[in-house]
Design a protein around this ligand. Structure first.
Ligand code: NAD
Length: 452
């Protein structure tokens, strides 16, 4: 590990990664190897948790291709030195901001979208001119192997390299000195990463999780809301960081919404036989989810098969914030339903909970949406939809408070891996005496006038 880090540091010092053409060439090479290895990637992820070809393409690879296309098109303009105006006391001078890559970056991935969460930060790091050491999650074994093969067979280790491993490997890596660490995972491990990074004062991005609510108001379009909630919740069998974790629904439409949700679940056929419904990642997570079930509150689903790692879409009603299922991020296909009467009560309650990664509001009232989203703090979200905000690279994607630090995708990913260096370029042809000693009343008066 130490060797690879030091080789990457030497390569970074050669300034080759500062050349935008080099970055574009590497990103195009990455796209080419991803495309030519699509069947390897698809087979590996299917072995890990039965993720279908459709899901693998739409929720993993397509996002990477579009990130690469955008970075290749825009990185020259993102990397341009920016002119800004100069303040009066520096006259005559020019002011410039120079984007510079941090250097050697460490990217640590999570298991639920193994390709997207490994390669999307790597694309941002490369676009910004960094070298990359990538540690994918060890949990989807086959996907992790495929990532390693694709990268290590096609890129020089002094520029982009994959190191496989679990907790011990990550801790060894964290003992080394990186110029940037980008972590995706749980808030619990995020704190470990943040502490380790502090030893070297390394800047970090933490893409964490949390309990993201979906709030459905009385005046919402029930049919459309149900469809979008069901899709967002049961995509990847609920193992999505921005899945609606629980539902807050106005009591007057609760029954109608529940029956629309049930019809939609049945229409989608998330049965064991459905090739587009993924498994729970491992037995440990199956047991964790089973322990969240409250038999008295299940109104739909509740079936599971530990051996097949199948967990049916499950609705639990009459839930309160004190229930077990409401204590931690669910990260599985269980949807707790809490009813409310006044939106103001919801706002007060949510303000006292840890800030989630996402929030969703279903309403027909634009003012209500504006007011509530202004009041609440969360990473990002959508009005009348779930999850889809992640697909717009113009919207920075990341958490706040307990759900993370920093954001990425598109230009914000480039920013995350870039230090913006400020330079004041002074002329030597004019040298006012004001700032130099000795000082007097007249100088002070003038300083007050100029400096404000
Ligand atoms: P995790 O925190 O258990 O693991 C993430 C990474 O950290 C893995 O690579 C793992 O090897 C490493 N790791 C685990 N324990 C460690 C330790 N003690 N010391 C050092 N490294 C350690 O998370 P996970 O189970 O892979 O993913 C689920 C979590 O990730 C959920 O909370 C989810 O919301 C969150 N998540 C967030 C995003 C996002 O974009 N914000 C995306 C996906 C998942």
């Amino acid at each position: 590990m130490e060797n690879i880090v030091s080789q990457q540091r030497d390569f970074f010092k050669s300034d080759k990664t500062k050349d935008c053409n080099f970055r574009i060439q590497q990103l195009k090479a990455l796209k080419k190897v991803l495309k030519s290895n699509e069947s390897l990637l698809t087979e590996a992820i299917y072995k890990d948790f039965k993720k279908s070809e459709f899901d693998c393409y739409t929720t993993e690879l397509a996002l990477l291709y579009s990130d690469i296309n955008e970075a290749c098109k825009k990185l020259k303009s993102w990397s341009k030195i920016k002119r800004v105006s100069t303040n009066l006391i520096n006259f005559p001078a020019k002011s410039r901001i120079i984007p510079e890559p941090y250097g050697v970056s460490l990217i640590i991935g999570a298991w639920n979208y193994p390709y997207q969460l490994s390669f999307a930060p790597a694309i941002a790091a490369i676009a910004a001119g960094n070298t990359v050491i990538l540690k994918p999650s060890e949990i989807p074994v086959n996907s992790s192997k495929a990532i390693k093969k694709i990268v290590n067979d096609n890129f020089k280790s002094n520029f982009f390299h994959v190191i496989e491993g679990g907790v011990q490997t990550t801790q060894q890596l964290l003992g080394l000195n990186f110029d940037k660490i980008f972590f995706t995972g749980s808030p619990k491990v995020g704190k470990i990463i943040y502490q380790a990074a502090a030893q070297h004062l390394t800047p970090v991005t933490l893409e964490l999780g949390g309990k993201s609510p979906a709030i459905v108001c009385e005046n919402s379009n029930i049919e459309v809301s149900a469809k979008r909630i069901v899709w967002g919740k049961f995509l990847n069998a609920g193992q999505t960081c921005i899945a609606p974790d629980y539902l807050l629904v106005h009591k007057n439409i609760k029954d109608k919404l529940i029956s629309a949700i049930i019809s939609e679940i049945e229409r989608c056929n998330y049965s064991f036989a459905n090739k587009n419904y993924v498994q729970i990642i491992n037995e440990a997570n199956m047991h964790r989810l089973v322990a969240l079930l409250d038999k008295n509150k299940i109104i739909y689903g509740g079936d599971y098969d530990i051996y097949e790692r199948y967990f049916a879409p499950t609705l639990m009603s009459d839930i309160t914030f004190d229930d077990k299922v409401m204590q931690d991020e669910i990260f599985g296909p269980i949807l707790p339903i809490i009813e409310f009467e006044k939106i103001e009560e919801i706002s007060t309650k949510l303000k006292n909970l840890p800030k989630p990664l996402a929030s969703y509001l279903f309403t027909g009232n634009k003012k209500q949406a504006h007011r509530l989203f202004n009041e609440l703090s969360f990473g990002g979200g959508a009005v009348n939809d779930t999850i889809m905000h992640i697909t717009n690279s113009k919207l920075p994607f990341g958490g706040v408070g307990n759900s993370g630090i920093g954001s990425y995708h598109g230009k914000s990913g480039f920013n995350e891996f870039t230090h913006y260096k400020s330079i004041l370029k002074k002329s030597t042809c004019f040298e006012p005496n004001l700032k130099y000693s000795p000082y007097n009343e007249k100088k002070l008066k003038l300083a007050r006038r100029i400096m404000g």
